[in-house]
Design a protein around this ligand. Sequence first.
Ligand SMILES: [Zn+2]
Length: 357
Amino acid sequence: MDIFWTSGVFSFILKCVLCSGTATKWTYGGAVGQSEWNEFFPECGGSSQSPINVDTSEIQHDPTLIPVEPLGYNHPGKKPFILSNNGHTVQMTLPNWMGIGGLPWHYRTVQLHLHWGNGMGMATGSEHTINGQSASAELHIVHYNTEVYANISEAMTQKNGLAVLGILIEVDKEVNQAYGSIFNYLGRIRFAGQKVAIPSFDVQSLLPVNLNHYFRYNGSLTTPPCHQSVLWTIFRESVKISQSQLIKLETVLYSSQAEEEVMALQNNYRTTQPLNHRTVLSSFIPGIKVKLYTAGEIAAVVVGSLCGCIGLTVIICFIVKTIRTQGKPKEHKQDVDLKVSEPEKSKDASCSPQRET
Ligand SMILES: [Zn+2]
């Protein structure tokens, strides 16, 4: 999770200085890379860090976890959203009337941003992993606790101060129009520090369909200063974007400013951190997988079932016809027998009255 440029946070980062007194500029794989973060930002070496690997054989079902409820996500308003390249990620500010329900406190939206991989369109790039498996990218929607804290600067340093929704992103055939609402403007913010106003859109369309099934745990910001203040919700269902959309996300942006030597903005994800005896809760009973089918899959099942029924009907008709065909000579013989016996019967009958008389 990158909230580096969130209001009030930038000033905090500037105050975080090295012993020499110079401001610390962190990176993912270069100077002050993630293995060195804890030297400059002590909380990055804490015991409740994010992201984590979710081992589904170790999670604990919590029946009190109710569905996450996006509030106002589908009312974006007419004011444009601001999309920016902060050198670490692409970030979009969100209106303050949006929030999430279904958590112990009310949380208000601040921003969303993404993490991704190396430009090869591979399934590496997500921060959280499920049973050791990465997704291709990950969306984070950041909120702060308005019931307890006055602003995000205060909330981000305190326990339960932030709530972040994590959405795993995988590649499929179809272009995802909702994500296109962001990706279509990446070319306007190629360099760090650039911003663009984009048309507002339904933010809820970025979420998976099933908001009932998720993992929940206490963790941290996944970027310096790594404050351990985040209540994480990782949805079980991923969202899908096309291969070309993923390649675009992975290759269009630079971590460098326009006047600097060009540096691709790639692999902006932190490696998974030790769980350290934390419990990962699930809102669903582990082991029972509820698959939500697409319209195409449902159509395929219906057509397949119809074809199966027709095929079965044809086979049954064929068998019945074959049985009848084999049975016909017998019936013919019976007819002959009947025809033979009938005249005898009638003869007997015609004789009876004579006998009676
Ligand atoms: Zn993030």
